[in-house]
Design a protein around this ligand. Structure first.
Ligand SMILES: [Zn+2]
Ligand SMILES: [Zn+2]
Length: 427
């Protein structure tokens, strides 16, 4: 009896939410869910295969071949060798619509931390400790689900399998190799595993991470290196800022209900971290003192250099001071505001409000070269939950005990296949 009541309410709710035309939309998401469940076991097998044979940035030959074979089997048009071992799959829907790109990174990482899973890496010193094996598998799963319903699908979907994310070169290489001559997406989406509960996703408009800059201070030879290092350390500590008592650099607090990024008034807002352990190298007639900083507000980046320079010019080493500069300026992940809001609304409508954890902060230390694609195409980068406290799994990228609840593959395929269908159908 009670079940019946719920079905009736569900039907009424469905009509109210979507109106007459969206009965089809509702049922297409049911097709997505069913197909994702059907192929789930095979996806887990594929993921474990990638996991056992991880490949470092620029060496993803085997992984690339497997991706190519899978996409060809699905009947997609496939381009290989895009920016190294990059692969692009093109799926044309049976109806008119927009062109949507989905990106997955495919490389593994160099680490000697022992692998914690049963299907451990068979390659010494190389491991999928960042979850790109899962990212790749989810993208293949989405391609499978969408191929299965391609007659009903609007528009075109591009699947980008990107090499060399860990070295931050792959996106640039694919673009330089003519990626945007091969494909012309209207929107681009991608994800990264993140230590939040499996079944949930998170993201926010605008900056997802902090602005990371490498900073270099140059002095003429003849300065006492140790004393100058003390000076740069003191400046780094003086300029760094955080809300009182908060420690945004403590990443274990990320999912803390009050201080983590999911509380509207959290620690991960309005801060600057300057690493105070400057590395010193010699170059011709000079010493270079180098470090890294993480700043939440782009508008502060110039004034950090000016303030540091002032402190050096007020010191006894001012006569030997040559200059201060940023030496690398990789763009950060910046989510398009409208697309982010629309994506979160859609996934919340189809999969329930509990599937989304709001994100109110900017995470230090991480970045993703997905940002290079976003410079060409508006897009959204999602954080996908892979942790499961009951199973003792924590999916914090690059941490020694990194592990993923494989249910997150099922979740990722469903949520983002539904998202792509919806976005391709937006007029
Ligand atoms: Zn990584
Ligand atoms: Zn990663």
């Amino acid at each position: 009896m009670q079940k019946g009541v719920f079905i009736i309410i569900g039907l009424i709710f469905g009509f109210t939410l979507y109106g007459q035309s969206s009965i089809t939309e509702t049922s297409i998401h049911d097709l997505v869910k069913n197909r994702a469940d059907e192929i789930f076991d095979s996806l887990v097998e594929i993921r474990r295969d990638f996991h056992m044979y991880p490949e470092l940035s620029g060496k993803e030959q085997r992984t690339s071949k497997k991706i190519e074979e899978y996409l060809l089997d699905l009947g997609l048009e496939v381009k290989t060798g895009v920016g190294g071992y990059g692969v692009v799959g093109i799926l044309k829907g049976g109806k008119q619509g927009k062109k949507i790109a989905w990106r997955a990174d495919i490389d593994a990482f160099s680490t000697n931390f022992p692998d914690v899973v049963e299907f451990a890496s068979k390659r010494a010193g190389v491991r999928h400790i960042c979850g790109h094996d899962v990212h790749t598998t989810i993208a293949l799963g989405i391609a499978n689900v969408l191929s299965d319903i391609k007659d009903e699908l609007n528009g075109t979907v591009y699947f980008l399998f990107q090499p060399s994310e860990e070295s931050f070169e792959g996106a640039k290489l694919m673009i330089k190799d003519g990626l945007f001559d091969i494909i012309t997406p209207d929107e681009i989406y991608g994800l990264h595993m993140f230590p939040i509960p499996t079944g949930t996703i998170s993201t926010k408009p605008d900056e997802v991470f902090t602005y990371m800059r490498r900073i270099r201070v140059s002095f003429k030879k003849g300065v006492p290196v140790d004393s100058v290092k003390e000076l740069t350390t003191a400046i780094a500590r003086d300029l760094s800022r955080a809300k009182s008592e908060s420690k945004p650099w403590e990443l274990q607090n990320l999912s803390h209900p009050e201080i983590g990024i999911f509380s509207p008034d959290n620690s991960y807002q309005d801060y600057l971290i300057i690493r105070d352990n400057f590395r010193v190298t010699e170059l011709n007639d000079r010493y270079l003192f180098e470090s890294v900083l993480y700043e939440t507000d782009r508008l502060n980046l110039d004034s950090i250099l000016i303030k540091a320079e002032q402190q050096i010019l007020n010191s006894e080493y001012k006569d030997k001071f040559i200059g201060i500069e940023y030496t690398s300026e990789d763009p950060g992940v910046i989510n398009n505001k409208e697309l982010t809001e629309s994506a979160l609304n859609l996934i919340g409508e189809v999969y329930g409000g509990k599937s989304i954890i709001p994100d109110y902060g900017q995470i230090p230390f991480f970045n993703d070269d997905f940002s290079y694609f976003q410079q060409h195409v508006p897009g959204v980068y999602f954080l996908l939950g892979g942790s499961n406290s009951d199973k003792g799994l924590i999916s914090m990228p690059h941490s020694p005990n990194f592990a993923v609840d494989e249910e997150s593959i099922r979740i990722g395929v469903k949520y983002f296949a539904s998202l792509i269908i919806n976005r391709a159908n937006v007029k």
